[in-house]
Design a binder for this molecule. Sequence first.
Ligand code: GLA
Length: 530
Amino acid sequence: MARVRNPVDLEQNLNPHASSRFTSISRTIFIPTFLISCALLLSALPVSAQTDLTGYWVLRVPTGDGTFHESFLDLKQSGEKITGRILRNGRETPITDGTFTDGKLHMVVTTHFQSTERTMTYDGTMKGDKISVSVQFPGRDAIVGAAERTTAEAALPPARLPTPALHDVPDNGLARTPPMGWNSWNKFAGKVTDADVRGVADAIVTSGMKDAGYLYVNIDDTWEAGRDAQGNITTNKKFPDMKALADYVHSKGLKIGIYSGPGPKTCAGYEGSYGHEEQDANTYAAWGFDYLKYDWCSAGEIYKPQDMQAVYQKMGDALQKTGRPIVFSLCQYGLADVWKWGPKVGGNSWRTTGDISDHWKSMEGIGFRQFDIASYIGPGHWNDPDMLEIGNGGMTADEYRTHMSLWSMLAAPLLAGNDLRTMSEETKSILMNKEVIAIDQDPEAHPVKKISEQGALVVAARQLKNETWAVGLFNRGDAAAKMNVAWSDLGLHGKLKVRDLWAHKDLGRVADQFSADVPSHGVVLITVKR
Ligand code: GLA
């Protein structure tokens, strides 16, 4: 609270040794000048600057589903200037610009996560001994929470639990071809509800997606609440009854997936599985889940990258112990060469990159970086360059056809990330191109190879069953281009049967090489056989 200081207090504060340096003569000269200076200084100083915010604060912001996002503010106040850091989900962000003037706190922080930069502003008002804080994320409505004082210890991550000795988790026999289905994150993010998931399950069936092979209906982050007295994970208001939801999805002949992570918090700041791995695996199995995406995030504040294998193995073992077949999808953004040990922890797929977004640059940047690790795929274990953005509106139809073609050539999991209840015919034609899906799902699981790369023009080929080859002519450039592939590049020769998989057209027998005009950011995808 504001305190009115007297001039002596002020003098002592400005210079604690001041009086010892005064002589009796100089005092008579200095005192009037001193008092005038003090008066001037006092009038310039805002009253609120007297409240010192220095210390730790816990900020709780309601999410709207009955849970709170918790973050810690470690503040240092000097005059009106605020410095320090914000600790959230195991990530620490410095306050780049902070002031506290007239009881009003203003702070700016810029986070960097998976190469995405986000600037947030925090505006607070003192209310008694609490601060009412409004947090503004870019492009979203501000959310309001309350901060109260806490200790430095409260902001620390929990103690590190021991990791198990490494061993090979047996193959669970699932995902012989890349998993196909839908995931809530890309479109719904934190807003996904039970009703959305039911609606999407209905739409998978009625739209023909199920017949095209899309089977898993996966709930991503933000379904969680806290734990009950026995430590069992509970759901928030958006998901009133997980067992009933799983039963509903199963009644459609589909399978259902869930999300968690090895840290205390998930990426969106919800309850993670830290220290509850077996208990959570048993809960998922009891609810009837068939798939788990397990996201590193705040585990990084406790464990080192070299612990990752043991940490993921813990959940791999826990899932197998349940006795229920559960696909295990690792999500740690391709850290620690996960493709080398993913199968050993019972992983059926592992993310190889940071998060995709619904933009050409994001999608092509991720997709065309995958060739070097393409050989790490095989039945039961797949590289995962992240979920599909097709139909979300941020790319052109050519770009989405490139997305679908490239992911299929890579044998990536095909997890649609759009609202399946409201798909356009064009989106349907891309997601449900069965000839392209057949490349993705080819049982022989040969890796894709880059045949040539000339500037923005990339030719990739993948051997399929029945001595068939798939060839993608990808134009990453800004202008249409003529592209070609010689049969000799595939180790073939003569007149070969060519089919265009986007035009759905046989092109007859073609001698020696194939050429096509490829639109900017587009693809011509063919199969070639003797
Ligand atoms: C991470 C993952 C995303 C999504 C979010 C949820 O960013 O990479 O795919 O699961 O967390 O919070």
